[in-house]
Design a binder for this molecule. Sequence first.
Ligand code: ATP
Ligand code: PAF
Ligand code: BAL
Length: 386
Amino acid sequence: MSARLCPPYGITATNVVKRSSAGMIRTSRTLSSLSSVPSSSIPIYRTLEGYREWRRKAHDEKKSVGFVATMGALHDGHLSLVKKSLEANDHTVLSIFVNPAQFAPHEDLTTYPRTLPRDLELLESMSMSVPGSGDAGPAIRKPSAVFLPTVSQMYPSGISQDTAAQKGTFVEVKGYGHQMEGKTRPAFFRGVATVVTKLFNAIEPTRTYFGQKDIQQALLLRRMTRDLLMSHPSPENLHIVPTARDKSGLALSSRNAYLTAYEREHIAPALNRALHYAHGMWSSSAPKAEILKYAAMVVAEAAKHATEKVDVRLDYIEFNDPETFEPLPDDATQSSWQAGDHGRPVILSGAMWLGKTRLIDNLVLGDARRLGVMIDKVAEPNLYNL
Ligand SMILES: Nc1ncnc2c1ncn2[C@@H]1O[C@H](COP(=O)(O)OP(=O)(O)OP(=O)(O)O)[C@@H](O)[C@H]1O
Ligand SMILES: CC(C)(CO)[C@@H](O)C(=O)[O-]
Ligand code: BAL
């Protein structure tokens, strides 16, 4: 059953999620009832049964299905993933689901931006002309469906943000979830791998698209598809789309909505500047440990020269092996890395706190295509990381 329903809707942080004393998450009536969904010309599936009926038809018609998983609060970064999917697939499906399992109890699940009406408007406004097959003229493609499940649909056994209290089935990509982002967010990748496995099982995508902004997530999920012998998608059909940015270099992110205009314009871009500074030093053969000190100073300088009160804390900047995610040795240099016959690029990534907002970013040093990042000739060079 597809839901094309009318207002009133009322989705706010407080009416979406309620937590019992045991930390179990349940959806409020507002979000779980169908009447909470704005009207849309794109079919919205709130149930697995409804979506699967649509998917069966696409399968019978031998149509390919591209998939973009999101937590909503859409921006141009998300839309760049949708465009890649529209280009390559007969159908494009997008999911919007704020996944409790990837938020630690102290993190921002309740305040995470939720902008469903605007998200649907943005998706409705998207279309792409693609060459028709045979003698047919060009065809117009638009997003075909939105999957908008409830927490109880996605977690039939219930879900607690407290990992010790969790029951049911979880997916862990062992050995790859504790470095980089996993150092600060130890349960994050377990939550992501679990929900994305469920989404892949539900959506059955031919191809999927993840953002380079969350590079560890994308690479870990590709490993998961390989380890679990997945066919929908197969590992080679999990694509990574370059990071879309503000002119200042700041990576677009739903959490940027937490920032003041001053923070967004003047302070947040310091993380990207620090990464570029580190890249410059790497190219001039400086050793990693020294580079990291200077990169941290770039962030500190931005805070020092702020003309408004800001609370800036660098979480980390690090160089990591894209295959193992392990940090490079302190004395590693660009030439020692290359001489090690790795031939693979290096991930230079970082995270910083701006008040309560945590921002992340990365550059791939070397040929990002080797990581399956989709660099194409229409890309504007200053938007991309090579
Ligand atoms: N600036 C961006 N460029 C390209 N892809 C992006 C960008 N931001 C997010 N994505 C990708 O969009 C998908 C959905 O991400 P998500 O809904 O968490 O948005 P987000 O902006 O990353 O949110 P958050 O602020 O929580 O990090 C992920 O694959 C993510 O990597
Ligand atoms: C992949 C994802 C949708 C899983 O909840 C989320 O981690 C994200 O948006 O990057
Ligand atoms: N894009 C990553 C989602 C998260 O930080 O929870």
